[in-house]
Design a protein around this ligand. Structure first.
Ligand code: SF4
Ligand code: FE
Length: 491
């Protein structure tokens, strides 16, 4: 089997015994849970589009490991062209789902772990690269979703992993056996963890010798003994439990984050990709973060495309589409969105080959990309809210829009009154305006805002993390030399 269909993907999830807790209780059938399902639908789109001949170039690639056709989400980038296609694929998926489609964390982890294990082996004589290649071949063959997991809970941020009061604040090795290791800890804010078949764990920071047991990377099935997940709630998530879908905003798709706990999980040697080589922890982190910062130049611009479209529609429904300030706001939103995309493409085009052979983005440009992403979606949201008007947060519920309770002196129902007073352009059904306002609300403040604004800020590292990298990569010394030469200053 090379490529699964979307439906086969959903059926494959049903076979897993993944332990999931939502609102304090274990959920057996999480695949059909109304809060979880939209996030599964988003991942399903990565399978559906890979089946569509129209998107073959973006959605699939030829594996350098097996020569077989694989989903691009499971591919090791073989050129700068592959890196560019990755960003284009993510924009496409953002446009189709208007949410986080989750599968990129695995792709970014594959590419980071592949090149880091190569260099770790070179320095330490270990065999992690071979382990990893065998693991990835299995993933490609089965077309699995793998959750790249990096962020530890971190406890007191002022203390190194080994110095924490609670030693489990970072994932660590608690036992070494002949046949493998036992790990304990948790990964927080894990995108798409429940919807993944496997997990690929990486350390979250550069480490020193005292943190040896924390410098660990490995893979394990999502339903391995000792692994469980506590679902992250999102603003307005319980609207998905209501009978109507008209108040959801984006009823079909969504993102997903969870706390993933490793409660003394045994990892066989063949799935270990780093164990104690603390000097390579930083490389893995930097590369994964770099790839994921590139990713945001794709996914967030795709989601931005939908929000810009929604704002333009809202203007039409209100009859103000010809106003010059509306046109100007749409221009500004487009300018911001395309700037993020330009950075995603630029860091890809300027990528280079790693020692292992796959391609890495230009790290400075990837960090500049993500730094813009920590700001521009907020401005795009502000402009979308400006154009949409206050109705996006004051409109009555769909139950009111369908209520037959009589309220008016002439027998008008609540439904009649809502449709009368919330009508805009007479050619547009009020229900369309209602759905659109809810969609914009969802993107700016509801469940989708997790993926569009706050994730833009903190996902792939908070703004300060990029500034540290920009400082490191910015070559101020080199620029000083340029200034001296231009000003004819001699040393
Ligand atoms: Fe992919 Fe974007 Fe979600 Fe990260 S935030 S997993 S890049 S869609
Ligand atoms: Fe993310």
């Amino acid at each position: 089997m090379a490529l699964m269909t979307g439906d086969e993907y959903i059926e494959s999830l049903r076979k897993l015994k993944t332990r999931v807790y939502i609102f304090g209780e274990q959920v057996e059938n999480w695949v059909d849970h109304p809060i979880v399902r939209p996030s599964i639908n988003s991942v399903k789109m990565t399978y559906d589009l890979a089946q569509d001949p129209k998107y073959q170039d973006l959605m699939t690639a030829t594996s350098n490991l097996t020569g077989e056709k694989v989903n691009r989400f499971n591919h090791l980038h073989q050129s700068t062209d592959d890196l560019v296609r990755k960003v284009k694929m993510q924009r496409l998926l953002g446009q189709k789902t208007a949410s986080c489609f989750q599968r990129c964390v695995g792709m970014d982890a594959f590419n980071a772990v592949y090149s880091t294990t190569y260099e770790t082996d070179e320095a330490h004589g270990t065999h992690y690269h071979e382990n990893f290649i065998n693991f990835l071949k299995m993933v490609q063959k089965n077309d699995y979703v793998v959750d790249g997991a990096m962020t530890d809970p971190k406890g007191d941020r002022n203390l190194a992993p080994h110095a924490q009061k609670d030693p489990d604040m970072y994932v660590h090795v608690v036992e070494r056996r002949d046949d493998g290791i036992v790990v304990r800890g948790a990964k927080a804010h894990q995108t798409g963890s429940i919807n993944s078949h496997w997990h690929l764990i990486m350390p979250t920071i550069a480490m020193k010798e005292a943190d040896k047991d924390y410098a660990v990377s490995f893979a394990c099935p999502s339903d391995a003994d000792g692994v469980y997940m506590i679902y992250g709630r999102q603003s307005c998530d319980t609207r998905k439990l209501e009978d109507t879908k008209n108040d959801c905003g984006n009823p079909k798709f969504g993102g997903q984050e969870a706390l993933v706990v490793f409660d003394d999980v045994f990892i066989p040697n063949e799935y270990v990709f780093l164990d104690g080589e603390y000097d390579f922890s930083g490389m893995m982190v930097e590369r994964f973060a770099g790839y994921h910062r590139q990713s945001y130049g794709g996914c967030k611009t795709g989601v931005g495309d939908v929000l810009i479209g929604a704002a333009a529609l809202a203007a039409e429904y209100n009859g103000v589409q010809k106003a010059s300030h509306i046109k100007d706001k749409l221009i500004e939103m487009t300018h911001l969105n395309e700037t993020m995309y330009a950075c995603g493409i630029a860091c890809s085009a300027e990528g280079h080959k790693t020692k292992a052979g796959n391609y890495l983005i230009d790290l400075l440009l990837a960090n500049v990309c993500k730094q813009n992403v920590t700001r521009f979606p907020y401005e795009i949201v502000r402009l979308a809210e400006d154009i949409a008007g206050g109705l996006m947060v004051t409109m009555p519920s769909d139950k009111d829009f369908t209520s037959d309770t009589v309220a008016g002196k002439n027998g008008e129902t609540i439904c009649d009154i809502c449709h009368k007073y919330f009508a805009g352009d007479a050619s547009v059904p009020t229900v369309d305006r209602q759905k659109l306002m809810r969609f914009i609300e969802n993107m700016c403040l509801g469940t989708a805002a997790v993926g569009y604004t706050v994730e833009s800020l903190h996902g792939a590292g908070s703004p300060q993390a990029q500034r540290i990298m920009i400082a490191r990569q910015g070559n101020i010394e080199g620029k000083k030399e340029l200034a001296k030469a231009a000003a004819d200053i001699e040393d």
